[in-house]
Design a protein around this ligand. Structure first.
Ligand code: HEC
Ligand code: HEC
Length: 205
């Protein structure tokens, strides 16, 4: 079971290498200066203060640049981020990407009353959900959720409300991503499973 999922992920990632855009290597020091306008929401060290705003610290290299390009083109829809990406050049995106990738990621934690929910999420994260042919999340996002460069983002210690909102958005087909892979996965998950997975991922370190 594991093996099939693993190979499926490899095949998909190989396919993505061929179609995804190439981003120039950024300069983290330049990125730090450019990130001054982002700090109000994403935090001075890339760890946000609100559950609706994602942490960016320690994200896998090139994921942040890819998302900024997607916000700018409108492929990923969010009014706030459309505004903040509108003026960015590909070089700015690469610099911001290098800066955030260099920061220390958030420490995940789960409150006592959510431990049971997290255990449900852990089962799917590690083992998939065979009844609906869902591959394990860790086959793409890594065993501890830290992502696999450069296409699979880190989800470890990410804000719970943000994770849940993104999975619901994939499920509804509103957020498409590089391709349809998260859409078909999230489509097959129930809202209860999405909640459980979000709790689990927010506690990963
Ligand atoms: C006013 C608040 C605000 C500011 C300022 C802001 N952002 Fe965001 N950002 C958000 C919100 C809200 C989201 C979640 C969007 C969604 O739900 O799709 C987001 C999402 C993102 C994401 C996607 C993260 C992921 O895990 O997919 C990136 C990358 C990002 N912002 C980078 C930046 C950068 C770089 C700047 C500065 C140039 C910036 N943001 C400024 C609020 C903000
Ligand atoms: C076949 C590979 C693959 C599998 C399996 C997979 N993902 Fe993903 N996931 C991706 C990719 C690629 C992205 C980035 C998509 C994009 O926006 O371009 C992503 C994005 C996400 C995001 C958004 C992260 C952010 O910062 O906005 C979340 C949350 C997520 N996945 C959760 C899950 C969960 C939960 C599972 C298991 C039920 C799962 N993924 C299984 C490939 C995968």
């Amino acid at each position: 079971m594991m093996n099939t999922n693993f190979y499926k992920a490899i095949i998909i990632s190989l396919a993505m290498v061929m179609v995804s855009p190439v981003f120039a290597k950024g300069d983290a020091a330049a990125g730090k200066e450019k990130a001054a306008t982002c700090a109000g929401c994403h935090g001075a060290e890339g760890i946000s203060a609100s559950p609706q705003w994602p942490n960016l610290a320690g994200q896998v290299p090139s994921y942040i640049a890819s998302q900024l390009a997607a916000f700018k083109s409108g492929e990923r829809k969010n009014a706030t981020m459309a505004g903040f990406s509108a003026g960015l050049t590909p070089e700015d995106m690469a610099d911001l990407d290098a800066y955030y990738a260099s920061l220390t990621p958030a420490q995940g934690s789960i409150s006592e009353d959510q431990v049971e929910l997290a255990t449900q999420g852990e089962k799917i994260f590690k083992g998939g959900f065979a009844e609906r042919q869902i591959a394990s999340c860790m086959s793409c996002h890594g065993a501890s959720g830290k992502g696999i460069p450069k296409h699979f983002p880190s989800v470890a210690g990410q804000k719970q409300a943000y994770l849940e909102a993104q999975l619901l958005s994939f499920k509804k087909g509103e957020r498409k991503g590089y391709n349809e892979m998260m859409y078909s996965i999230a489509f097959a998950l129930s809202e209860q499973q999405i909640k459980a997975l979000s709790v689990y991922m927010s506690g990963l370190n």
